[in-house]
Design a protein around this ligand. Structure first.
Ligand code: MG
Ligand code: ZN
Length: 221
């Protein structure tokens, strides 16, 4: 009965140790790194593309794309100007610190200012696996519904910023913003939130400014 719990704890501890090593490498290289998580279709790749287009002339950006299969998202990131690395997770529904460590080894970290990890699209376990990145960011989107904080509390607890994408769809979809915000606030009080639309680009500037602040701090800190 009691055997399985210690085994799981040991796996997580090993992951946390590697995550710590990853963080040290990123810190030494002066890189600001983001772990981007969301359900499939929330707009991770679209937000990455817009972020790349905005900063392409100012920063050197790498994107590590975790997917169960395919390199569609990494191809899109490369097309938008990033150094893109595809990680096929071999069926795993999340990225872990080993996968990030292996991906980092393929990059010249001294040549990178900003690293964006696009985690596997999944609202259940990615938040449980530390990667060593500086900030965990969750993208929620209007079509997913206003009840997601109540249904997936660990995802909302485990992040340092929240993007609420597809706000251009608010007139067409039943989504109670107050109900959503109350759910978020109960789990993660004061969580910095960016309501935006990748389609119309409304609200995008606040997100870009937040990213820019992180990169500047990592460069000069
Ligand atoms: Mg994607
Ligand atoms: Zn998983």
């Amino acid at each position: 009965m009691s055997v399985r719990i210690p085994v799981i704890e040991n796996i997580l501890n090993a992951n946390d140790r590697l995550a710590h090593e990853n963080r040290q490498k990123l810190d030494m290289a002066g890189i600001f790194s983001i772990n981007l998580m969301a359900s499939p279709g929330a707009g991770k790749t679209s937000l990455i593309e817009l972020t790349l287009r905005h900063f392409a002339e100012h920063y050197r950006i790498a994107v590590i794309d975790g997917d169960i299969a395919s390199s569609i998202d990494a191809d899109r990131a490369a097309a938008a100007g990033a150094i893109a690395v595809q990680v096929n997770t071999g069926g795993e529904c999340h990225m872990d610190a080993v996968m990030l460590q292996n991906a980092l080894e393929t990059l010249d970290l001294a040549e990178i200012d900003l690293l964006i990890v696009e985690n596997v699209g999944n609202l259940i376990c990615p938040a449980s696996f530390q990667l060593g990145t500086h900030r965990s960011v969750l993208i929620a989107s209007i079509p997913e519904g206003d009840d997601k904080p109540y249904k997936y509390p660990p995802m909302y607890r485990g992040v340092e910023a929240l993007v609420l994408n597809k706000i251009d769809l608010l007139p067409y979809i039943k989504f109670d913003l107050d109900y959503f915000r109350r759910g978020v606030e109960a789990l993660n009080p004061g969580l910095v939130t960016f309501p935006l639309s990748c389609t119309t680009q409304d609200g995008l500037d606040a997100w870009l400014e937040w990213v820019r602040g992180g990169v500047e701090l990592a460069r000069h800190g």
